[in-house]
Design a binder for this molecule. Structure first.
Ligand code: SF4
Length: 143
């Protein structure tokens, strides 16, 4: 099976702070599946490292107050393109991210609090029929 995966979960140093979110349970799926990495914020040509961003009322703002909504939408469109080109019908995405979070995201106050909601890319993938789980929920994929 082809599975779309947040690149930071695979150990790519594409996080806002230049680090990654390497997850061994996700990496182990490589034995039996093709993992297709995406980093929507990289696709949008945002730099590494970069100022962190969060979603407020459906718009994305960096911690220093810039409206990056269009950049995040651009990255989401490119992630969807990759998903379609590689026929991925499922995705494992980094939890709570303003791009990749699904179900819960940071609340826009940069305080670590979470609220119900989806990241910009997760929402677009979901709207296009892709099944999404976070990295702590991969057992729900049933694979
Ligand atoms: Fe990871 Fe997604 Fe953030 Fe890229 S945009 S660093 S893949 S959570």
């Amino acid at each position: 099976m082809n599975i779309l995966v947040s690149a930071c979960l695979l150990g790519e140093n594409c996080k806002y702070n230049g680090g990654n979110n390497k997850n061994d349970d996700v990496l182990a799926l490589q034995k039996e599946h093709r993992l297709v990495p995406i980093c929507p914020e990289c696709f949008a040509a945002l730099p590494i490292p970069r100022v962190p961003s969060e979603i407020i009322d459906g718009k994305v703002f960096s911690k220093d107050g810039r409206d990056l909504t269009e950049e995040f939408k651009d990255g989401a469109s490119k992630a969807l393109y990759v998903a379609e080109e590689t026929a991925c019908q499922v995705a494992i995405l980094k939890e709570r991210s303003p791009s990749c979070g699904f179900g819960k995201i940071y609340d826009g106050t940069f305080s670590g609090k979470v609220v119900d909601g989806n990241g910009i890319t997760a929402q677009l993938l979901y709207d296009n029929g892709i099944k999404i789980v976070g990295e702590s929920q991969i057992s729900k994929l049933g694979i």
